[in-house]
Design a protein around this ligand. Sequence first.
Ligand code: 5AD
Ligand code: FES
Length: 349
Amino acid sequence: MMQQIRDTVDSIAKKQDISPDELHLLLTAEDSGGLEYLREKARACADAIYGDRIFTRGLIEFTNYCRNDCLYCGIRKSNGNAQRYRLTSEEILECCREGRELGFRTFVLQGGEDPYFNDDRVCEIVSRIRAEFPDCAITLSIGEKTRESYQRYFDAGADRYLLRHETADENQYRKLHPRTMSLTRRKQCLYDLKEIGYQVGCGFMVGSPGQTTETLYEDLQFIRQLQPHMVGIGPFISQHDTPFAQEESGTLDQTLRLLSIIRLIHPHVLLPATTALGTIHPLGREMGIQAGGNVVMPNLSPVSVRKKYELYDNKICTGDEAAECRHCLEGRMHRIGYRIVVDRGDYQP
Ligand code: 5AD
Ligand code: FES
């Protein structure tokens, strides 16, 4: 069994592709020696390109208003229990200032699809960050927009855009989203962003209700097609005020396997060990790095709003100041032999 797994791992690393059968084998294998080989091979692949350097991005969750109603998400518009908030431009800039002092050179502005932040307001914020922090990358993560809007943000100074595709399988997409949303449109957004010149990140949740090896295979194929610069994956975690409140969460084990597989089929990718991974296990982020990840994204949002950006239950770090998270992660990476670098952390082709 172990030999078969090793051969499969070597084969996917070599061709940078995976077949449905190979994926099935790697997601169901129980041989610990074989699984260790998967992890080691993925980690060696990341080491060869990025060495012991771990990139960091400061996440600023600037609004939890959202016009969408994704079934899994705690800030969906139907959740009347969510306490809504918006940060002002000045508050956002204050987060960036603190972040820059702490060594961040990338800011990720993430929010729900909030109509208040129209293109003029987004551009105003982006331009102000661009002017004050010329050496920092600006990443937006604010959902589906028209190509024209994406172009305007880019012209205002945004460099990167994160938009998880959530699942590349049509049926699965419909299970997770209201009818008004469409996978075709979401994929088109990602292609538009890439064409405009953004560094783009797609991604999906692991263990979302109804997900199968087949739908995951679609995700991996989509990653191969899109060739994103970043891929964000983390376990699905149920949120008590959503229709999926009673659904089982995704597992650490499956998420780690998928991180390794993604590293092997897309070696240069920027791959975060996500907060969701840190939420389902106290050492989840460390294990994510050891499975092939090379990015961590601590929170820079003001502590006063942290708990309100509750996409899923039990999210970690909601009571910790930015500086605490920064130092905490530094220690965590150090203990496993890696170091956080003060760097924009661009994709290395
Ligand atoms: N569990 C895990 N991840 C979630 N996200 C949204 N809701 C959940 C949840 N319940 C993820 C989505 C989204 C990202 C910002 O957070 O993939 O794209
Ligand atoms: Fe936030 Fe450890 S990363 S407290």
